[in-house]
Design a protein around this ligand. Structure first.
Ligand SMILES: Cc1cc2nc3c(=O)[nH]c(=O)nc-3n(C[C@H](O)[C@H](O)[C@H](O)COP(=O)(O)OP(=O)(O)OC[C@H]3O[C@@H](n4cnc5c(N)ncnc54)[C@H](O)[C@@H]3O)c2cc1C
Length: 484
């Protein structure tokens, strides 16, 4: 055992430190199995004090580290190549739940859906609902500014976080909130440091606890499934619904290859297998007038060419329709051993054209693309199931993905809506941002983590950091990877 492992073992107990390569295998990847990097060590604190002490010990040793929640990330963000992985799943206590003030304070390892379950008896829920919500953690959600199907109406993680306690990589414990804002919850004052921290992908420090807002359950929910014989008609329906001023709680698109994967799996939801695409649309809110909204959505879908529109009759049919959507990535696990997922956001008005382009790119490279995404947000998720052990197929898949991303950038879009840059999207950062903008990102990071020890090698290409570049270039390659 190294001296660092021994020191960490003294803090958390030897049973919660892993140094053996075979035991570390499980932490080689996140939910993007094509990217694999082995950590040197893993440590799992069980209390807040242990977490702070671990980060301080890492700081004293000058050791780089990567925080990890549930490892459901889809950009390789939680990979710790040759360095210490700081696992947070044992910190899973709900510290306070205030149904009157409608807030909850939780440790970082609390699973997203667990918080909603705890709030349910009070008629409340935690609104950001990533499709991975039965596994992903609130700490990981903060780090990625996670979204989800219902974020179209309710907003993403940033809109629901009130305050966080964070241990900075140097060991200082700080409280971050949303700056000068009067939200009636006592938060605010000074800069919006929480806003800066949310979405920082583990590069600014480690969440120790976080206070989030809870949202009242809607009085009524109506869920519709519209099916189309052309994908572009489903995209057109999406634009028509938003343009008409109806704001659904969720508006999700699944194309035929996705429908096929779901219907062939244990998550079969009863989607029509012969449809080119389906839209899963939900309207919610006050019961009065909600049926008018649902009728308007149905009319707009039919005007765009929907073959049929079905309404879920009860809670179990609604749950089944949602299960198919939320487990779609999992269903693709039956199709091939590996999966690459992209997360581009494009102007909604260009969805139809871009979906045509994506299909053409797939055909040109001979790869099967499954689209399942947050259509209402213009947040595309082209998925390609493939076998990473087949070098030829891997090369074709990555060439197709690069073309898709470039096409989305050219269309005025961006490279991530919710999955983060991580390791996977690092190569696109210089395509998307100017050198000055990237340098500003590096400077912001330096405020939180001047030594770049928290999640090194991610998000911003290190060569973009002017001041840091000289120092990095001068020393032997260790943990710097390709990013800052
Ligand atoms: C089937 C499936 C569906 C998904 N659907 C969605 C979706 O609808 N919307 C969406 O936004 N995402 C989605 N994701 C992606 C993923 O679930 C989210 O990014 C989630 O927020 C990651 O949480 P995690 O706990 O698994 O974090 P991890 O994967 O463990 O880590 C992700 C990043 O967060 C950092 N991190 C983790 N914990 C902390 C902490 N306590 N402090 C500081 N940094 C930390 C890590 O260093 C890493 O950079 C999906 C993933 C899967 C597999």
């Amino acid at each position: 055992m190294t001296s660092l492992a021994a020191e960490l073992g003294r803090i958390v107990g030897d049973a919660h430190v892993i140094a053996r390569a075979t035991q570390l295998l499980v932490y080689r990847s996140d939910a993007l199995p094509g990217l694999q990097r082995a950590p040197a060590l893993a440590v799992f604190p069980g209390t807040r004090d242990e977490l702070v002490a671990v980060v301080r010990a890492l700081a004293a040793a000058g050791a780089p580290f990567v925080a990890r929640g549930a490892g459901t990330g889809l950009s390789g963000g939680a990979l710790a190549e040759g360095i210490t992985l700081l696992g947070l799943h044992r910190l899973k206590r709900i510290l306070a739940l205030d149904p009157i003030g409608r807030t909850a304070t939780v440790e970082p390892g609390v699973v997203n859906a667990t918080l909603t379950r705890a709030a349910a008896p009070h008629g409340l829920h935690y609104a950001p609902d990533p499709s991975s919500q039965t596994a992903c953690t609130i700490g990981g959600n903060i780090a990625e500014n996670a979204g989800g199907p219902h974020c179209l109406k309710y907003g993403v993680t940033l809109d629901h976080a009130v305050r966080a306690t964070v241990v900075l990589p140097g060991g200082e414990v700080v409280t971050l909130d949303r700056g000068d804002a009067d939200r009636g919850d006592g938060s605010g004052g000074g800069y919006d440091l929480l806003g800066a921290f949310i979405g920082s992908e583990g590069c600014f420090g480690v969440v120790v606890d976080v206070t989030v807002r809870l949202t009242p359950d809607p009085e009524r929910v109506i869920t519709l499934l519209a099916d189309f014989m052309r994908v572009r008609d489903a995209a057109d329906a999406t634009s028509r619904i938003i343009a008409a001023g109806v704001l659904p709680a969720a508006l999700e698109l699944m194309d035929q290859p996705t429908i096929e994967a779901v219907e062939s799996s244990v998550y079969a939801a009863g989607y029509p297998r012969d449809a080119a695409a389906v839209l899963l649309i939900e309207v919610d809110g006050a019961a009065a007038g909600l049926e008018d909204d649902a009728r308007e959505v149905e009319r707009l879908c039919r005007a765009a060419g929907a073959r049929g529109v079905r309404v879920a009759h009860d809670a179990s049919e609604r749950a089944r329709l949602w299960q198919g959507r939320k487990k779609a990535f999992g269903a693709m696990g039956r199709v091939a051993p590996h999966l690459v997922v992209q997360d581009a956001v494009v102007p909604r008005s260009q969805l139809a054209e871009l979906l045509d382009d994506i299909a053409a790119i797939g055909a040109q490279h001979g790869v099967r693309i499954c689209n399942v995404f947050h259509a209402g947000d213009g947040n595309l998720h082209p998925n390609i199931p493939y076998d990473a052990h087949d070098a030829g197929e891997s090369a074709r898949v990555h060439a197709a993905m690069t073309e898709i991303m470039t096409r989305c950038i050219e269309a005025g879009g961006t490279i991530t809506g919710e999955h983060g840059v991580g390791l996977d999207k690092l190569p696109y950062m210089e395509q998307l941002f100017t050198p000055d903008t990237l340098d500003a990102m590096c400077s912001l990071r330096a405020v939180f983590d001047p030594d770049r020890r928290a999640n090194p090698g991610k998000v911003v290409p290190v060569r973009a950091c002017r001041e840091w570049h000289a120092a990095v270039a001068a020393r032997p390659a260790t943990h710097d990877g390709g990013g800052a």
